[in-house]
Design a binder for this molecule. Structure first.
Ligand SMILES: [Zn+2]
Length: 199
């Protein structure tokens, strides 16, 4: 990989042998391996033995999970917050496992929509539950930095499964609980905007 990065630097018009860039291929490789380490992670070992039987059937919410990912169209970062809720049916999962799961799927080349549905589908598969909801709010540097449609560099995506899809009251309760402050002006509540385009 380091040879490729040296080549890339030369293609960009740089001199890969100048002092400031000498260590760059090594650092870029290490950074990229880390940022895509989700490919190596195994969901089952992440969730390992973290399912507990409980007499609890209220909504479980983990909100404001920070995440960083790379858009698969430009290999540039998109990042933001992920909110996850589910309605258990006798079993819950260790709370710390949800952010770990978000990490597994965000540390891959992604698009925001797929990241959202992969998290929701995995939780549905692994826990016996009545429903699961995932909302992701993210800023896409591939849009913001390239100067294309700056106003669309922020996007909200959601996946609602089970009762969160079928029951408007459950869905509203979740959306109400994650509603907050730091949203860029002009954005309606949970309006979905196209974030990354493939040009
Ligand atoms: Zn992109």
């Amino acid at each position: 990989m380091q040879d490729l990065i040296r080549q890339l630097l030369a293609e960009l018009g740089e001199d890969p042998s100048r002092e400031g860039l000498l260590g760059t291929p090594r650092r870029v490789e290490r950074a990229l391996r880390f940022l895509t380490s989700g490919y190596e992670a195994d969901v089952d070992s992440v969730l390992n033995n973290a399912l507990f039987s409980v007499d609890y059937n209220e909504m479980v919410i983990v909100k404001d999970i920070d995440f960083y990912s790379l858009c698969e169209h430009h290999l540039l970062p998109f990042f933001g917050r992920c909110h996850v809720a589910y309605l258990p049916k006798g079993k819950v999962i260790g709370l710390s496992k949800i952010p770990r799961l978000v990490e597994v799927f965000s540390r891959r080349l992604q698009i925001q929509e797929r990241l959202t549905s992969e998290i929701a589908n995995t939780i549905r598969e692994k826990i016996d539950l009545l429903g699961v909801a995932v909302v992701i709010e993210a800023t896409h540097l591939c849009m913001a930095m390239r100067g294309v449609e700056k106003q669309n560099s922020f996007a909200v995506t959601s996946a609602m499964l089970g009762v969160f899809r079928d029951d408007a009251r459950t869905r509203m309760e979740f959306l109400e609980l994650i509603k907050h402050r730091s949203r860029p002006p002009g954005l309606g509540d949970f309006a979905t905007a196209p974030a990354c385009t493939t040009d």
